[in-house]
Ligand binder design. Sequence first.
Ligand code: HEC
Length: 163
Amino acid sequence: MKKLTRYSVFAVIILFLSACGDSTNTSAPSNEVEPSTSATAAASSEPAAEVAGASEAATTQVAEADVMKLGKQVYMRNCVACHQPNGKGIPPAFPSIANSDVVTGDLDAQISLVLNGVTGSAMVAFGPQLSDEEIAAVVTYQRNSFGNNTGDEATAEQVLALR
Ligand code: HEC
């Protein structure tokens, strides 16, 4: 009997807490307005600060976006089966791209690995099947996705030089 009372007190508390939770949720969006507004303000004040270099910076950003788009396409067609959409792979058979030592390490070493594959493993050589641009893009994509944040970009020239 005592136990039952205790449970019902619990139930009341939980009900009460979840009611509070709901009211917090309803007010949450209005709280979120502030950070996003200030983020927009920060972003828009940045180009204004360097008017001279603005158009050049915009062009570079567009080029980067295109490379990432192509890189994602190549990844989704050729790599996703093993390394997975979230880049976490299926260890131990297929290693994670997220936080990988190779993908966050030396750029040339990663390009070479993708070009030549890893002998005796399921990682085949993609050199014969993909263009320099595609390999550069997919390497760039891996280095700047899934939480990887190297900030560097592989070029087609670099890939050609390592073939
Ligand atoms: C059929 C499965 C498979 C596919 C498809 C595949 N990989 Fe791999 N990948 C592997 C395996 C297995 C390894 C581990 C090789 C080893 O070191 O033994 C690996 C390793 C890697 C590594 C090194 C990761 C690390 O930390 O050791 C990179 C980078 C990589 N792959 C990139 C790619 C890219 C880019 C593609 C698509 C163009 C791709 N892989 C497609 C199976 C695959």
